[in-house]
Design a protein around this ligand. Structure first.
Ligand SMILES: [Zn+2]
Ligand SMILES: [Zn+2]
Ligand SMILES: [Zn+2]
Length: 147
């Protein structure tokens, strides 16, 4: 069992819930596809390959549960669906996303890069920044090359 799955099981136990095969299957798919920002429907299709009996509602409920436990993040990439990704360890501030307006690809920027902006906000507004969700829109390397 992966570290994420073990931590999930612990947290479920604290809430008096069980790590059912279905819950484990949903988490496993997200772990296997790290960095892909799968939508709930895509996750459902992948889980169904191994568990043909699972329902879409179960997958929705499990994703909401994982989100409430901070094991996954829900992302809104403005494409009309809920997408999910693993909550990365050692990430105080959330990483940024580069969204290509031509092919729809999503790339991650691991570095925060906003420290000086955050300091400036604290200095000028007296507001302490603890997190952010940054989406950059533009054109990816591949699309620029094929123009
Ligand atoms: Zn930051
Ligand atoms: Zn592109
Ligand atoms: Zn991401």
């Amino acid at each position: 069992m992966s570290e994420k799955a073990a931590s999930f099981r612990e947290q479920l136990k604290e809430r008096g819930l069980k790590l059912t095969t279905q819950r484990q299957a949903v988490l496993d798919v997200i772990i296997e596809h790290e960095g892909e920002h799968l939508s709930s429907e895509e996750i459902f299709e992948l889980v169904r390959k191994n568990y043909p009996d699972i329902g879409l509602a179960t997958v929705y409920r499990t994703l909401t549960l994982l989100d409430s436990m901070d094991l996954v993040y829900k992302l809104d990439l403005d494409d009309g669906c809920n997408r999910y990704e693993l909550n990365k360890k050692n990430e105080d501030h959330r990483h940024h996303h580069l969204i290509c307006m031509s092919c729809g690809s999503v790339e991650e920027v691991e570095e925060d890069l906003l420290e000086s902006l955050e300091e400036q906000i604290t200095r000028e507004k007296g507001f302490k920044v603890t997190d952010h969700r940054v989406k950059f829109y533009g054109y990816c390397k591949n699309c620029l090359k094929n123009q």
